[in-house]
Design a protein around this ligand. Structure first.
Ligand SMILES: Nc1ncnc2c1ncn2[C@@H]1O[C@H](COP(=O)(O)OP(=O)(O)O)[C@@H](O)[C@H]1O
Ligand SMILES: [Mg+2]
Length: 369
């Protein structure tokens, strides 16, 4: 196994334990407390959910990734396919096909991994009434054992044409499944907030919230030292603190940077702070065309605002100082530009501060300007 992994769910040796939140989530799962898991991208939500589930006893996992669903039929397909894979053998597959019979499911096999793929008849499933079938199926599975249903990237529900109705229907059905635990995980904080915290959203008050932020520095440093040791390197605490700062303490970005540092320091034993720069260089080379694509359609004002956030940070963005240093004309212009950058998923707002999602994009912007 490589010392560092990024861009995938991590477990075992490449997962840094987060005992506190793992046990909160595991006990929510066991007691049937529905839970909303929120956090920025690559913070480790999915990995945490898997780690927490592996600590539960007598529960079965129904893990549904909702990324890129467009229609209610897509939603049904994802749940059905996940349900058919809930256990080894044919039992769950056969039950899924029979519980969803009204939606005329068909079966195929994923050519990449040989797993079953269930598709419902999209004409029959395009109405929210197909949630009845889906939730009834989950209810049937829950009769014999506790089922933990994970809806990952749940904010994607908002992309459905009739999102409001879909949410209201889901909510009304889910509340009757008191023995089933639902975990809703989402990475776009604002959208998850819209679903769960806005007072007029039907999901309000239906679940506990768990925020997945940065991993505790001491734990993470300990973990990273062990991983570097596997790769034959020695990394001091100060060195790793700089790594954490450079990668904004986003778990996946930290691992990506560590992997780049490891590759760039072949034959070296003790790491020093200039190795961080070499790691960043490597990442920027790999990602520069993606960054170009991400920024080429920005307006002049948006680019100025982005550059200012990269250089001087995103607090006090309506202050005269920020506006002057950014080269913008007025506070409304700054707000509009920053809003558009949030909309495009380049910035996010956290505690009244605008931040750039990707720390390596920040480095890149500063360098090209
Ligand atoms: N507990 C952890 N320990 C070490 N690395 C982690 C941990 N959680 C996440 N990561 C890093 O972050 C990456 C993304 O994790 P993932 O669980 O997919 O995040 P999310 O679901 O929040 O986008 C992983 O590939 C890994 O590099
Ligand atoms: Mg995830």
């Amino acid at each position: 196994m490589k010392p560092f992994e990024y861009g995938c769910v991590v477990k075992g040796e490449v997962f840094c334990p987060r005992p506190e939140i793992e046990s909160i989530l595991a006990s929510n799962m066991e007691s049937g407390q529905n839970t909303v898991v929120v956090g920025e991208r690559r913070m480790g939500k999915t990995s945490l959910i898997m780690a927490a589930f592996s600590k539960t006893r007598k529960c079965r996992l129904l893990y549904v990734d909702l990324l890129n669903i467009r229609t209610i039929a897509d939603f049904c397909d994802r749940v059905a396919s996940a349900a058919s894979r809930m256990g080894r053998g044919q039992t769950f597959l056969q039950k899924t096909l029979s519980f969803l019979a009204r939606l005329r499911p068909t079966l195929s096999v994923d050519p990449h991994n040989g797993m079953p793929v269930v598709s419902v008849d999209s004409r029959l499933a395009e109405n929210v009434s197909s949630f009845d079938d889906i939730i009834a199926m989950i209810g049937r599975f829950s009769e014999r054992e506790r089922v933990v249903v994970v809806f990952d990237e749940f904010q994607e529900i908002l992309k459905l044409d009739n999102a409001g109705q879909a949410l209201a229907t889901l909510r009304s059905k889910i509340q009757f499944l008191s023995e089933t635990c639902f975990v809703f995980s989402g990475s776009v904080r604002r959208d998850m907030v819209r679903i769960f915290i806005d007072y007029n959203s039907p999901f309000y008050k239906s679940a506990a919230t768990l925020t997945v932020g940065a991993i505790d520095d001491d734990c993470f440093i300990d973990f990273l030292q062990r991983r570097f040791a596997v790769g034959g390197r020695k990394a001091s605490r100060d060195f790793l603190l700089k790594v954490l700062e450079t990668a904004n303490r986003v778990s996946g970005d930290v691992q990506q940077l560590c992997d780049a540092i490891l590759t760039e320091t072949d034959g070296k034993e003790i790491l020093s702070s200039d190795d961080i720069g070499r790691g960043i260089e490597r990442i920027l080379k790999q990602e520069s065309s993606a960054f170009e694509m991400q920024t080429e359609s920005l307006t002049r004002y948006q680019m100025k605002a982005l550059l200012a956030v990269a250089r001087i940070g995103g607090k006090f963005v309506t202050s005269a100082d920020f506006i002057k240093r950014a080269g913008l004309s007025s506070a409304p212009t700054a707000k509009r530009a920053l809003g558009a950058l949030v909309e495009r998923g380049i910035l996010y707002r956290h505690e009244k501060e605008y931040k750039i999602f990707n720390p390596f994009l920040r480095e890149w912007i500063v360098r090209i300007s």
